[in-house]
Design a protein around this ligand. Structure first.
Ligand code: CA
Ligand code: CA
Length: 142
């Protein structure tokens, strides 16, 4: 998997913006080169470092991808995690993985963002007073 170029990154940010337009939930994407340890453990570390637990409804979701290690994880804060079952995360992973296998990194990420956005919308529909609690970013750590 190569990384995202500037244009692709902007497209992912736009996908996040659109997804968040329908929900109070928050989505972020983090790219890393390698993942030395268990990918979920690493994702949890990043989640905490990006202070993604700082949402009122604890409904932020991080899509974490270790590019060279070809591993990724989707991590939801407890507000969303306790509502969706493991099956949902597994299905989203499968959708993304199918793209990644074809070498379609950006498509895989945006598909993941859309899938998570739809689920967030079901449990946390957007309210008039919603704000962008976590900036819409693709962060990197090489
Ligand atoms: Ca929001
Ligand atoms: Ca946001």
């Amino acid at each position: 998997m190569v990384t995202l170029d500037k244009v692709a990154k902007a497209e992912v940010v736009e996908a996040i913006r659109q997804a968040e337009g329908l929900t109070s939930g928050e989505i972020r994407v983090h790219l890393k080169k390698k993942c030395g340890r268990d990918v979920l453990t690493e994702a949890k570390k990043v989640f905490s470092r990006l202070r993604m637990h700082r949402t009122k409804e604890r409904n932020a979701v991080l899509i974490f991808i270790a590019l060279e290690s070809r591993q990724f994880a989707i991590l939801g804060d407890r507000g969303i995690h306790e509502r969706v079952g493991d099956l949902f995360w597994a299905e989203t992973r499968d959708t993304m993985e199918a793209c990644f296998t074809r070498g379609e990194l950006k498509e895989g990420i945006t598909a993941g963002v859309e899938s998570v956005g739809k689920k967030l919308k079901a449990y946390f529909p957007r309210q008039a007073k919603d704000t962008d609690e976590l900036s819409n970013t693709v962060t990197e750590d090489y």
